[in-house]
Design a protein around this ligand. Structure first.
Ligand SMILES: [Zn+2]
Length: 280
């Protein structure tokens, strides 16, 4: 999965005093895209501090192996001319060889969306400033503290003997591969409640024997995903929510096909089922 980058290591300990070195990575992230140089068969290249305005102001994000990554404080700052905007959802399908850099980009994306949406206090509307001792933004007027926002969500492998429920989204042009039922936890729910509700809403199926499998940070949706398997309970007749999905089908193990790469927990769980290795 995308976070499985060993022996590389992403260290996200907050370092308020960190300043960019000439070779530090500067992440330019806007409208679902990141600035990069990406050509098939060539190394992926990201902007470096020495190519960027020195006095612009940069938030420290994390250290990936021996490189520090930063984010421009001004979301409108343009990247150096040599780099182009690449949509991260589209790029994901071509990025198999760049797992480490893409885990960095997904994590930077998540932090960037939080910094961008937390520039002003939601309580009183005053500007915020970075926290002194922990990753937070603090209101300069009322002291309200804003922590990074992580959206909990579930990925669900609904099994029916030797078949699994696979879906295709209704509104994701360009994405042709199958996925699993997925959805955000609502306030007041347990993950198991979310699993039951999402499967019922999207496919009209009742489930039982819900068992946790694994989790995954998925920064381009600000998510922390929790993957569960469960069994159909009673009727396996699908009633499709066509606002959300364009297709939901029971697929036999041997006919399950994967996504373009192994980045996602969804793909990992589908392949696990195909191999007959899902938790029972
Ligand atoms: Zn405030």
């Amino acid at each position: 999965m995308i976070q499985d980058i060993e022996p590389s290591k992403l260290v996200n300990v907050y370092r308020p005093d960190a300043v960019p070195a000439p070779d530090s990575v500067i992440c330019f992230i806007r409208n679902g895209a990141a600035a990069m140089q990406f050509r098939e068969g060539q190394p992926l290249s990201l902007p470096r501090f020495r190519e960027c305005p020195e006095d612009a102001g940069y938030f420290y994000l994390f250290t990936l192996d021996d490189e520090m990554w930063f984010l421009p404080e001004d979301p409108a700052l343009d990247p150096p001319d040599a780099y182009s905007w690449e949509n991260l959802r589209v790029m994901r399908q071509k990025a198999s060889a760049f797992r480490v850099a893409f885990f960095g980009l997904y994590t930077a994306f998540h932090l960037a969306s939080w910094y961008r949406s937390s520039r002003f206090c939601g309580t009183c509307g005053s500007p915020t400033r970075p926290g002194d001792t922990e990753r937070s933004l603090i209101c300069t007027s009322c002291g309200n503290t804003i922590y990074p926002r992580i959206n909990p969500a579930v990925i669900v492998g609904v099994t029916n003997g030797d078949r699994i429920l696979l879906t295709k989204y209704a509104n994701r042009p360009g994405i042709t591969f199958y996925a699993l039922i997925a959805g955000f936890a609502e306030i007041g729910e347990t993950f198991e409640d979310t699993v039951r509700r999402e499967v019922m809403e999207e496919a009209g199926i009742r489930v039982k024997n819900i068992r946790y499998y694994a989790s995954q940070p998925w920064g381009i949706a600000d998510d922390l995903l929790a993957g569960f398997f469960c069994d159909v309970d009673g009727s396996d007749e699908i009633s499709l929510d066509s606002d959300e999905l364009k297709e939901a089908v029971w697929v036999p193990r041997e006919e399950v096909t994967g996504q373009p790469n192994d980045f996602s927990l969804t793909n990992h769980m589908m392949m696990l089922f195909k191999a007959g290795r899902e938790p029972r």
